[in-house]
Design a protein around this ligand. Structure first.
Ligand SMILES: [Zn+2]
Length: 274
C-alpha cells in the first residue's frame, strides 16, 4: 500500500495538472466513488480548474478553483497516472480528461481505492473521519512531548501505534518496520514500556526514513508506480521489510517475520531485543 513517501512522490508529480481545467469525467466503476454518488461526483468536477494538489497522511487532496476538493486514497493497489494517451487497461476506474488533452487516470486492480468529491473543507471534515482525526504530519513540526505521552499511555504494541493514523500519520507496514529497526525497538514492545528517550529518537528516525524514501521515489514491491508510471527504488535500501530469512545488514542475524497488529512484521531479533 502506498504510504507517505509514495503519496508525497505522486503529489509532487501531479503539480503538472495545476491550473488545468477538467474537461471530461468518466466513472468506470461506481464503487470507486465513496462520496457523493458518481453523478454528483462527475458534475462537481466537470469544467473546473485545478488549483492545488496536496497530501494529508496517505490521502491526495486535489483542490479546485471553487474550494471543492477531490480526495483520493490509493489503498492497496491504486495508482493515479498522468498520461497524454488514453489508458485502455480494464483496471481503469475513474478517468479525468484535462484541457491539455492529457488524462488523470485512477487505475486500481484490486478496486479498494476510493475517491470523494466535497464542496468544501468543512464538508470533507464532516464526512471523512479519518482526515478529521488525522494525527501529526511526521515531516512537519510538532510537539514531540505530546506524542511521547500518547504512546506511553498505550498498552498496544509499538507497531500497532505507528500504524494508527490518529497519532502520527502516513506510516504503513513497510516504513513502520524500517523505522523500528533503526530505532532498535522490538515491534512487539508496548507503548507503555518505552522510555521518553526511545520514543523521541524513534520520531527523529521516522523523519530520516521517510525523507530517504521520498528521495528514492518511494518503494515498489507490487503495484506502486508514481504518476508517470515510474517505480520507486527504496526497496533496494530496505533493512528489514521484505527481507525474511535474509541477513541483518547490521549484525548478520536472520531477519524474522511475524504476524502483529494484523500485518506481516519484519525485524532483527538481535538488534531489536524485547
Ligand atoms: Zn541485526
Amino acid at each position: 500500500m502506498p504510504e507517505l513517501p509514495e503519496v508525497e512522490t505522486i503529489v509532487n508529480n501531479l503539480q503538472v495538472i495545476k491550473n488545468h481545467k477538467i474537461i471530461k469525467v468518466k466513472v468506470l466503476r461506481e464503487s470507486s466513488i465513496a462520496y457523493p454518488d458518481s453523478n454528483q461526483f462527475s458534475q462537481g468536477l466537470k469544467a473546473k480548474y485545478i488549483a492545488q494538489i496536496k497530501r494529508r497522511g496517505k490521502f491526495i487532496l486535489i483542490y479546485l478553483e471553487d474550494e471543492a476538493i477531490l480526495v483520493v486514497h490509493l489503498r492497496m493497489s491504486g495508482r493515479l497516472i498522468y498520461d497524454t494517451i488514453k489508458n485502455e487497461t480494464k483496471f481503469l476506474r475513474v478517468s479525468l480528461q484535462l484541457d491539455n488533452k492529457a488524462y488523470l487516470d485512477f487505475i486500481d486492480p484490486r478496486a479498494l481505492g476510493k475517491q470523494w468529491y466535497f464542496t468544501s473543507q468543512a464538508q470533507m471534515l464532516e464526512n471523512l473521519n479519518t482526515i478529521a482525526q488525522m494525527g501529526y504530519e511526521p515531516l512537519e513540526y510538532f510537539d514531540k512531548k505530546v506524542v511521547v505521552k500518547k504512546i506511553q499511555a498505550s498498552a498496544r504494541s509499538i507497531k500497532a501505534i505507528l500504524l494508527d493514523q490518529s497519532i502520527v500519520c502516513g506510516i504503513g507496514n513497510i516504513y513502520a518496520d524500517e523505522i523500528l529497526h533503526f530505532a532498535k525497538i522490538n515491534p512487539i514492545a508496548k507503548g507503555v514500556d518505552l522510555s521518553q528517550r526511545q520514543i523521541t529518537q524513534m520520531l527523529e528516525i521516522t523523519k530520516q526514513v521517510l525523507s530517504k524514501a521520498i528521495k528514492h521515489g518511494g518503494t515498489s514491491f507490487r503495484d506502486y508506480t508514481n504518476s508517470f508510471g515510474v517505480n520507486g527504488n527504496y526497496q533496494n535500501f530496505a533493512y528489514v521489510y521484505g527481507r525474511k530469512n535474509e541477513k541483518c545488514r547490521i549484525c548478520n542475524t536472520l531477519i524474522i517475520k511475524i504476524a502483529l497488529a494484523g500485518r506481516g512484521t519484519h525485524f532483527c531479533p538481535k538488534c531489536q531485543k524485547l
